[in-house]
Design a protein around this ligand. Structure first.
Ligand SMILES: C[S@@+](CC[C@H](N)C(=O)[O-])C[C@H]1O[C@@H](n2cnc3c(N)ncnc32)[C@H](O)[C@@H]1O
Length: 188
């Protein structure tokens, strides 16, 4: 499938800034498809804005909807300023700061893309707590064979263990792209 225009623009913005950590298209299509399951008046959260590629996939997935809000958090002011340069719908909000610290005050979400160290490698519990029942958490970059850094591999293994052993989560490990886990919170 061709890249949606808003996504292609974001990849170009990332390339122009030399930002190499954007999500891969396979992960993007997954994110876009999951937005269709977000209920009316739902809320979506992205941890780690980067250059706005993941955000673009989320917006693409939402199509013409305007009942949903999307909040994206990044700790890097220059990067987030770069991403803000995009042509975003009014329902998109940007927040600057450490995701792990901010999470307890952000409220509850139906879809979370945890793509920053804060809220993924550190204080993942805060991210899980922010999931509504039926809400989905997506993490990528989980394929350990792609990472040389032993400390990072250990941290990612810990993330995996926390997710797959969590009693409130139903997980699927998807072995494509950078390695993805989708964790959906049970409706108890
Ligand atoms: C993998 S990139 C995000 C890519 C983006 N989500 C996408 O799909 O293209 C990780 C981002 O997390 C940000 N970051 C690093 N530590 C963070 C933290 N503690 N809280 C929030 N953002 C953080 C970095 O500045 C970087 O932009």
């Amino acid at each position: 499938m061709d890249l949606p225009d808003i996504v292609a623009a974001s990849y170009q913005r990332a390339a122009g800034a030399g930002f190499e950590l954007s999500s891969e298209p396979e992960v993007g299509w997954l994110l876009a498809s999951l937005t269709a399951a977000v209920p009316d008046q739902g809320r979506i959260l992205e941890l780690g804005t980067g250059a706005g590629v993941g955000l673009a996939w989320l917006v693409h997935g939402l199509g013409g909807r305007s009942d949903v809000s999307v909040l994206t958090v990044d700790v890097d002011p220059e990067l987030q300023a770069l991403a803000r340069d995009g042509d975003w719908p009014d329902y998109v909000g940007f927040r600057l700061g450490d995701a792990a610290t901010l999470l307890p005050e952000l409220g509850a979400f139906d879809l979370v893309f945890a793509d920053a160290p804060g809220g993924k490698l550190h204080k993942l519990a805060n991210t899980i707590a922010a999931l509504r029942p039926g809400g989905a958490l997506v993490v990528d970059d989980m394929d350990l064979s792609r990472h040389d850094d032993r400390g990072l591999r250990d941290a990612l293994s810990d993330v995996r263990e926390q997710l797959v052993s969590h009693p409130e989560l139903v997980c699927a490990e998807l072995g494509f792209s950078s390695g993805v886990i989708v964790a959906v919170k049970r409706r108890l």
